[in-house]
Design a protein around this ligand. Structure first.
Ligand code: PSV
Ligand code: MN
Length: 426
């Protein structure tokens, strides 16, 4: 399905006057404070976040999965769903595929379909955390860290094949997340696992085209509960350095132990030019994969403040690859993704409003109170009129959620696909 421009415009009409009044009020205030509002809106409109192909159906937990009607039953339909999201929000201009869940059959058709929605293919993901039907070897006891050479070979070859698939679609980066680890003390030798993993990653790195990047994701626990081979940013950073210049760390917001200072991790990685990828989600307890900004919006703002500082001051760090990595167990996945995209842009906008010059001066004066005031003044600004303006300028919806419902998107998808389709993914 495609969102028709005329239909979107007519939905946008209601509420336009109110938006204009709210935007003018905010723009006046910000301009008086010395903010270049036009540039700010331009930065917001340019900020694009990739949507993972596995997040468009209902997610599940270890205890069950409740399907959602009208789920995309093929890669083509998933691309159409991202197309809908992008048409409404103008913030989701790329898709991130997970192989083999979403291996294309007709490459030209898939590329054309994506291009028809204005979408490109961002980082591609390998999967050695599940056994695939018909696979010769099992990853039950590890993949890139496996002691069994044949298993390790299979895992390396899978990654090389994923690079090949991504290359045919125009991707320029590979994300590796390993479930490898142990559930009981003594199960494996830590040093041997790490050495094998480093060797495997170096082989994968050597198999990448010269203009590709490798993102190494870390996670402290789950599915293993005693140890994980790539457990934290330090281990990922060390492995990225061992691979080479085009290997980077990937930060997933849900992959930290409670109360970790993620903004400081982000800051350190950017200073060292090694923050390559970023997965957005939110959590209360662990890797909960909840809607971005639904639990800890202030923490997200603080993280964005460091990201903005890094984007402005660390030319040694490439533009990170942004992606949402959430799971939708009780909400319509598309509505949930709209909420996440809005939360991301909101945190970004607020971070852009932080008066960095005054902050540096207050820091130099050890004026702790003013430091806090400067951050919180930006955080407390209602930036929603700016987000609306950025969207409208690019032909998106004034209120994406409202438009989604008024245009009857889910109802159309159910009519087209039926009630019982099931999307691939977790
Ligand atoms: C693992 O928890 C992870 O964050 C990795 O990025 C996987 O690719 C993704 O989730 C699968 O949902
Ligand atoms: Mn992730």
């Amino acid at each position: 399905m495609h969102i028709q421009k005329d239909a979107l415009q007519s939905v946008n009409t209601a509420g336009l006057d109110r938006h204009e009044a709210e935007f003018a009020f905010l723009a006046d205030r910000l301009t008086a404070d010395g903010v270049d509002v036009e540039a700010l809106v331009g930065d917001l409109a340019d900020f694009q976040v990739a949507i993972p192909s596995w997040a468009l159906g209902a997610g599940g937990t270890r205890f069950g999965r409740f399907s959602f009607h009208g789920e995309p039953g093929s890669l083509e339909q998933k691309i159409d769903d991202v197309g809908v999201l992008h048409a409404l929000t103008r913030a989701a201009g790329a898709v991130s595929l997970h192989i083999p869940w979403d291996t294309p059959t007709d490459y030209a058709a898939v590329k054309e379909r994506a291009a028809g929605h204005g979408l490109s293919f961002d980082a591609i993901n390998s999967n050695t955390f599940q056994d695939q039907a018909g696979a010769a070897r099992s990853y039950k006891h590890g993949s890139l860290s496996a002691t069994d050479e044949a298993v390790r070979r299979q895992a390396i070859d899978h990654n090389l094949e994923v690079i090949e698939i991504g290359g045919r679609l125009g991707s320029k980066s590979l994300t590796v997340w390993l479930a490898d680890g142990t559930t009981f003390p003594g199960q494996r030798n830590f040093q041997r696992s790490l050495t094998q993993t480093e060797d495997s990653l170096r082989q994968i790195y050597a198999g990448m085209p010269a203009d590709w990047k490798l993102y190494i994701e870390y996670k402290p626990y789950e599915p293993n509960f005693y140890s994980t081979v790539i457990q934290d940013w330090g281990t990922s950073f060390m492995l990225a350095n061992a691979c080479g210049e085009r290997a980077y760390t990937l930060v997933d917001l849900g992959h930290h132990l409670p109360n970790s200072n993620i903004e400081q991790i982000v800051s350190t990685l950017m200073l060292k030019g090694k923050l390559g990828g970023f997965h957005f989600n939110d959590s209360k307890y662990g890797d909960d994969d909840l809607t971005v900004g639904s639990i800890k919006p202030y923490a997200l703002f603080l993280i964005f403040t460091e990201l903005v500082f890094g984007m402005r001051n660390n030319p040694q760090n490439p533009d990170p690859a942004w992606m949402i990595d959430a799971s939708h167990n009780v909400k319509d996945p598309l509505e949930d993704l709209v909420q996440s995209l809005e939360a991301i842009r909101e945190a970004y906008a607020k971070a852009l409003l932080v008066d960095q010059e005054s902050l540096a001066a207050a820091q130099a004066d050890h004026d702790v109170v003013t430091c806090q005031e400067l951050l919180q003044d930006a955080y407390r600004t209602d930036v929603r009129p700016l987000l609306q303006c950025a969207r409208l300028n690019r032909g998106g919806a004034l209120h994406p959620l409202r438009a989604y419902r008024q245009l009857g998107v889910r109802e159309t998808l159910i009519r087209e696909r039926g009630k019982n389709t099931v999307a691939t993914g977790l």
